[in-house]
Structure formats: structure tokens, C-alpha cells
Design a protein around this ligand. Structure first.
Ligand code: FES
Length: 272
């Protein structure tokens, strides 16, 4: 059982939870994730660690209410306990001094991007963060990003904050302005797909962090199976980060879509 130390409301459906997990806080690296379960019969939910405080013994997760399990988690309050938090899981982000790096974060994808930006800076990179969301309220962690990156570009679909346009427009603007050596993209699968199509055109190596369905998190169940460069990989043990130019996004989107109707049914049951 892991206690919720603090809860912050980011936007209508996005919450920041600081959770007691001293062992994970001490050993996690950028890119690692945890699997969280609310209730004995709860579904296992992978969530990337946005921050960790080894002294306080806490980790920070940013959660968006998108389905039954994330809604249950977001209903918990400060002082409540989460049934279990397992991790750190997955492979840590490969960090080195690439030169100039563009980090594109869409929606809650900005949260797992923050430790990557900080690690890239610490390794001596020039880091430009492009944060994107549908509207102003959906842009999160801007202050922390400004403290960590060399430059922050904000893009909103409706133009309510920063510049009006898609994340890809912000990324392309940087590519046209200066030499970019590496790109990271984290956000909805469709957003990562389009960032990868763009960076492929300019031949800029791009890493993405995939957010597939997960069950056991140990490579046994196959729920997180994806195809990378024609080979089957498991996001939970081989990832969550992969060479974005090798990811079969269309297959991934199709598999994620297949679970949507089940999710909708479960949500209806909750509302009844
Ligand atoms: Fe089961 Fe990855 S979650 S194999």
C-alpha cells in the first residue's frame, strides 16, 4: 500500500499525485515507469514517473482521467492509499551529449518528458522543449520546463495560449532554424506518429515513449506487444522508449483502438 502525500489538480481531468514509494524514488531513472493498481481487482495501469524525491521518499505521477482505472485513481485523495505501485520498470532513457535536442511533449506526455529534459541538460545538451495541448488549460508543467530547458515553445490547437498550431509545426520551425541532432517525442500515439514522419524527412533520430496497454509488466502476457523494425517487442521490458522511425504506429493505434469499446462499457457500468 502506498500513501498519497499530495494531490494537485492540473486541469479538468489531469492530476498530479505525489506518492510514498522510497525504494522506487531512490532507484528510478528518466524513462522508467511504474504499474499502479487501485483495488484488489483493479486493472494494472502503466504510468511514467514524472519526478522523484529520494530524500522525501516520494515519486510524482501525472494522471489523466481517460478510462475506468485512471478515474478510480484520480478519485483518491491526499492521505488515501493506492493498492500497489510496482517499479521502477522498463529501460531507462538513453542519454548522452547529442548536441541540440528537441523534446516534443503532447498533453500529459509533458510529464514523462520533464525528467528526460533535465537529464539531457545535465549531459550538456542544448534542449528545446515544444509543449503542445488542445488548449491553454491542457499545457502542464510549463514553469518546470522553463527552469529545465534552454527554450520552451508552446503550441495550442485553438490558439488560446502560445502559438496556434500542432506540435509538428513547432518542431519543424526549430529544424528549419537550426541544426537539430536528436528528437524525443512523448504524447498520444497519433502525435508521436506525426512527429516521427516529420523527423524522418529531415533524418533526425527520434526516440518515442510508448503508452500501450499493459497487464503484468514482465514480458509474459503479451498485452504490450508492438512491432519495431519488423520485429515483435514488448513495451514493458524492451521499452517504453524505442526508435520512433522503426515503430509500426498504425498497428499500435489499431490495437489500442480495439480496447476502446471494452473501456467504454466499463465506464458506463461505473456511471450506472
Ligand atoms: Fe505483459 Fe508487457 S505488459 S508483456
Amino acid at each position: 500500500m502506498n500513501k498519497i502525500i499530495s494531490k494537485e489538480h492540473f486541469s479538468e481531468k489531469v492530476f498530479k499525485l505525489e506518492i510514498e514509494a522510497p525504494l522506487i524514488a531512490r532507484s528510478r531513472k528518466a524513462g522508467h515507469f511504474v504499474i499502479v493498481r487501485v483495488g484488489e481487482k483493479g486493472e494494472r495501469m502503466p504510468l511514467t514517473i514524472a519526478a522523484a524525491d529520494a530524500v522525501r521518499g516520494t515519486i510524482t505521477l501525472v494522471v489523466q482521467e481517460v478510462g475506468l482505472s485512471s478515474t478510480r485513481l484520480c478519485e483518491l485523495n491526499e492521505g488515501d492509499y493506492i493498492t500497489d505501485v510496482v517499479g521502477p520498470l522498463g529501460q531507462a532513457t538513453h542519454i548522452e551529449n547529442f548536441g541540440t535536442v528537441v523534446c516534443a511533449g503532447g498533453g500529459v506526455g509533458v510529464a514523462p518528458m520533464l525528467p528526460i529534459v533535465q537529464a539531457l541538460k545535465a549531459a550538456g545538451n542544448r534542449v528545446i522543449a515544444v509543449l503542445a495541448g488542445r488548449s491553454k488549460e491542457l499545457i502542464i508543467l510549463e514553469k518546470e520546463m522553463r527552469e529545465s530547458a534552454d527554450e520552451v515553445i508552446i503550441m495550442t490547437d485553438d490558439g488560446s495560449y502560445g502559438r496556434k498550431g500542432l506540435v509538428t509545426e513547432g518542431v519543424e520551425e526549430v529544424i528549419k532554424r537550426e541544426k537539430v541532432d536528436k528528437c524525443f517525442a512523448i504524447g498520444p500515439a497519433i502525435m508521436m506518429k506525426f512527429v516521427c514522419l516529420l523527423t524522418k524527412k529531415y533524418e533526425i533520430p527520434t526516440d518515442v515513449s510508448l503508452n500501450t496497454i499493459m497487464v503484468d509488466g514482465t514480458g509474459m502476457c503479451g498485452a504490450c506487444r508492438i512491432t519495431i523494425g519488423g520485429k515483435t517487442k514488448f513495451v514493458c521490458v524492451d521499452g517504453p522508449e524505442f526508435d520512433g522511425h522503426q515503430v509500426d504506429f498504425d498497428e499500435m493505434l489499431k490495437r489500442m483502438g480495439a480496447f476502446k469499446s471494452i473501456e467504454r462499457e466499463e465506464m458506463h457500468k461505473l456511471e450506472e
